[in-house]
Design a protein around this ligand. Sequence first.
Ligand code: UDP
Ligand code: MG
Length: 316
Amino acid sequence: MADTLYIVVPCYNEEEVLHITAQKLGEKLDELEKNGKISNESRVLFVDDGSKDRTWAIINELHEKDGRFQGVKLSRNRGHQNALLAGLYTTEEKADAIISMDADLQDDIDAVDKMLDAYYDGAEVVYGVRSHRAKDSFFKRTTAEGFYKIMQALGVEIVFNHADYRLMSKRAVAGLKQFKEVNLFLRGIVPMIGFKSDKVYYERAERAAGKSKYPLKKMLGLAVDGITSFSTKPLGFIFTVAAILIALGIAGLIVTITLTALEIIPFWGIILSAMALFTGILAACTAVVGLYVGKNYMETKHRPPFIIESKTDDEK
Ligand code: UDP
Ligand code: MG
């Protein structure tokens, strides 16, 4: 008997695209079931991340028409990463394998076949990797690829150009559950779980409908979270910066004293500019320390990353 697959789809204000996505996913389940790749218990789980539009109503309509479409609704918007987590932990008991996928059909549904092949070959985690970024704007491409490079340089084990389109086995999700941190960056944590993994390459399409729910501010937030959750190297940089500052300060002092003694410059010129520079750098250093302190503060609270308000099954 084939294994049971759950496809987890986080949705935030996705009323425009949900019908198309559900139709495609339904067809995919039919096809996979017919080919004996998945069991007839396989399902799609939509996670409504506190949408303000008709997303939850649509999920319920879909569920009424076809029981294979299920949903959970979070009590409020908690962000993509927490929505994914809610989906993974809700399906973990029923599924043998779980694939997470965006709601906007940017992740190529046909890559699911290859992911399942890799899974049946023994991979517990299969990463969907973008084969290229030709369709991205220059800005998005350089910032995104720069981010992956910085993460790698900081020693974080991150899969280049892999976002959150991935298959995880039941065992891998159970492993993930043991990471208790609140600040979540799944792309960084999943490789830390270990187990055999594989990659599947796919071409990322344009959004099928609706607008991006990831404005620049959210993207920057995710990047800062990613870096500070996985690396303390920025703290180490502070010491280097401080050492350079001290050396510069001593040299500057010698220069100012000499030039003032020779009456070449009024002494306060250099001091003023140096003060401005050093205060700026010090402020930046304090900010980095603050980031980590803040993170610790959040972690010690052990706040729940999400709260489920209702499920499609309750609605019946
Ligand atoms: N998303 C979410 N909560 C949020 C923002 C986004 O669940 O607060 C979901 C969104 O519905 C989509 C996925 O995360 O399924 C990726 O978002 P989007 O396609 O807008 O990002 P982009 O592809 O533009 O980076
Ligand atoms: Mg998208």
